[in-house]
Design a protein around this ligand. Structure first.
Ligand code: F6P
Length: 361
């Protein structure tokens, strides 16, 4: 008999996390009378002593939390328990502490909300410590396999599209080429979808090689056809023409922090076409703010299904959205099948059909 479930949010935050926590808490309480223990700051709450938790009940959620960004539990993307950072800069394997905390809290199951990195770590922990684990996919990058939707992506896409809507009139007024750099790490889903929805003239993503010559040819064609401005959207993980990544820093664990590809492209366009250019880097704006209706809807459905899986005793599963339905898949399969943009993606075909320059395919 399940009595007590833990829940945590891990990795980069995004819009829709509080909606998931609300759904889990409401359903676990109302359908089963279970206790829900929220773990603070991702896995860190289980490593710290005393263990950092908060009991979640339906009354923990006022009316604003369904609508709010961020995560009421806090999160981290820099505290791998197998390689945990110490204040002096050294690292220690703290996985045993985390496993001990799970058992000392007498948790019957743990629902972890995270992206591919967090899920990999959580699964390794579950296997090592015999934890009953269910995961829920969230990432604005939308790069987890076996799910059409990860929480946060839809809202981020809307924000990036709105950015293009706001940049278009100013680009036109000043006859400029404006380059918008968006997040997405190694997957170009946000750039591709927002580029189409927001009327970009060129979309540059990590998955498709491009040439500056051909991009500039496209801009000159626009000028020849009477256009006076252009909008370019580029994913942060797109490479420079020489194959190098634009990075701000390499963080511990060799994880690059991306940034600068928008500036690079804009300087090249200015030099090669003579057009005046400007760059906007959208950054963490894409992760904040109110979740849109789709993110709230899928978040709520994922939360309810995750509790059902705990009830059914079906562990080591990730809830997923497929064909307008919530299903569950092995966590292993979701993290093994990285979902980047494929060349036969309908949106690649759509962009090409609209005459958008999307690289040399
Ligand atoms: O994975 C989500 C994401 O927002 C990426 O799109 C981005 O590269 C990264 O996280 C940024 O991480 P941080 O919050 O550490 O700057």
């Amino acid at each position: 008999m399940i009595k007590r479930i833990g829940v945590l949010t891990s990795g980069g935050d995004c819009a829709g996390l509080n909606a998931i926590l609300r759904a889990i808490t409401y359903y676990a309480h109302q359908a089963h009378g279970w206790e829900v223990i929220g773990i603070k700051n991702g896995t860190t709450g289980l490593i710290k002593r005393p263990i950092e938790t908060v009991t979640l009940t339906p009354s923990s959620f006022d009316n604003s939390l369904l609508r709010s960004g961020g995560t009421m539990l806090g999160s981290t993307n820099k505290a791998d328990p197998f390689n945990f950072p110490n204040p002096d800069g050294t690292r220690t394997d703290r996985s045993d502490d985390l496993i001990e905390a799970y058992h000392s809290l007498a948790l019957d199951a743990l629902i972890a909300i995270g992206g591919d990195g967090s899920m990999r770590i959580m699964r390794d922990l579950a296997q090592k410590g015999n934890l009953n684990l269910i995961t829920i996919p969230k990432t604005i990058d939308n790069d987890l396999g076996h799910t059409e939707i990860s929480i946060g992506y839809s809202t981020a896409l809307e924000i990036a599209t709105e950015a293009l809507d706001r940049l278009q009139p100013t680009a036109e007024s000043h006859q400029r080429v404006i380059v918008l750099e968006v997040m997405g790490r190694d997957a170009g889903h946000i750039a591709l979808a927002a580029g189409i929805a927001g009327g970009a003239d060129a979309i540059i993503i990590p998955e498709i090689p491009y040439s500056l010559d051909n991009m500039c040819k496209k801009i000159k064609e626009l000028w020849d056809n009477g256009h006076t401005f252009a909008l370019i959207i580029v994913a942060e993980g797109a490479h420079k023409e020489n194959g190098a990544l634009a990075t701000i820093e390499i963080e511990a664990g060799n994880r690059p922090r991306y940034g600068g590809i928008g500036q690079y492209i804009s300087e090249k366009i200015e030099a090669m076409t003579g057009a005046e250019t400007r760059v906007t880097v959208l950054g963490h704006v894409q992760r904040g703010g109110q979740p849109n209706a789709l993110d709230r809807l899928v978040a709520s459905s994922f939360g309810v299904r995750a509790v059902d899986l705990v009830f059914e005793g079906k562990f080591d599963r990730m809830v997923a959205w497929q064909n307008r339905n919530v299903v569950d898949v092995p966590i292993h399969d979701a993290i093994e099948q990285y979902q980047s943009v494929s060349l036969d993606d309908v949106l690649v075909k759509t962009a090409k059909g609209l005459g958008i320059y999307i690289g040399d395919v």
